[in-house]
Design a binder for this molecule. Structure first.
Ligand SMILES: C[S@@+](CC[C@H](N)C(=O)[O-])C[C@H]1O[C@@H](n2cnc3c(N)ncnc32)[C@H](O)[C@@H]1O
Length: 188
């Protein structure tokens, strides 16, 4: 997957500029407290990371594409690092907020338990996680369609599903439209 995303970014694709409208409204709706510590998992071109910082959070980003982290390094310096969410170097209970905007969905289903277990480890008790999965395919660069019931089951092993919404999403360039699930997950 790492190699695949390096190639996508090198070809100038998926370099998202604007923050996800779903994430922006989620942050305000959940009254996310400013100055809390947040991690954007699979931050890509940092469109959402930039929003989280502008919103007032002490936000960091990881991505396992070294190419994209190099591309955003000058702007974010020590806030970004090349890491996989399957296993990170962060201490346990490090973050108040985790943000996964269509990143976990690009992993194998067989890795989901490992990923959510790592998310649970690094988020604090009562911390919230935003997690978006694409349900139907647009004409995006990768295929990422995941069985919804299996996903609920995997997530529930590690988090309480506080909210689950469906959303018709339009990507930045206006070309792609697809249904997605927006989860609000709670560690308790
Ligand atoms: C569809 S892009 C989303 C980028 C960004 N979150 C956004 O909303 O524009 C998926 C990103 O997740 C990253 N990614 C996928 N699996 C990952 C993993 N296991 N660990 C870290 N990053 C991962 C990819 O490298 C890619 O940058």
């Amino acid at each position: 997957m790492k190699k695949e995303w390096n190639e996508i970014y090198k070809n100038g694709k998926e370099l998202n500029i604007y923050p996800s409208e779903v994430l922006v409204s989620w942050a305000y709706r959940n009254k996310i407290v400013k100055s809390q510590k947040a991690l954007d998992i699979g931050c890509g071109f940092a469109n959402n990371l930039r929003f989280l910082i502008e919103y007032g959070l002490d936000a960091y980003g990881i991505d396992n594409s070294d190419y994209i982290i190099d591309a955003i390094r000058d702007e974010f310096n020590q806030r970004v690092s090349v890491q996989s969410i399957k296993s990170t170097t962060f201490n346990s209970d490090s973050f108040d907020i985790l943000v996964d905007r269509q990143s976990i969905q690009h992993n194998f289903v067989s890795d989901l338990s490992k990923i959510y277990s790592e998310c649970r480890r690094i988020i604090k008790m009562n911390g919230l996680m935003f997690s978006v999965f694409q349900l139907t395919e647009g004409n995006g660069a990768t295929k990422a369609v995941i069985d919804e019931h299996l996903l609920d089951q995997k997530i529930s092993e590690y988090f309480t599903i506080k909210e689950k919404n469906y959303h018709m999403q339009t990507t930045n360039n206006g070309r792609n439209k697809h249904d997605s699930i927006v989860y609000t997950l709670l560690k308790e």
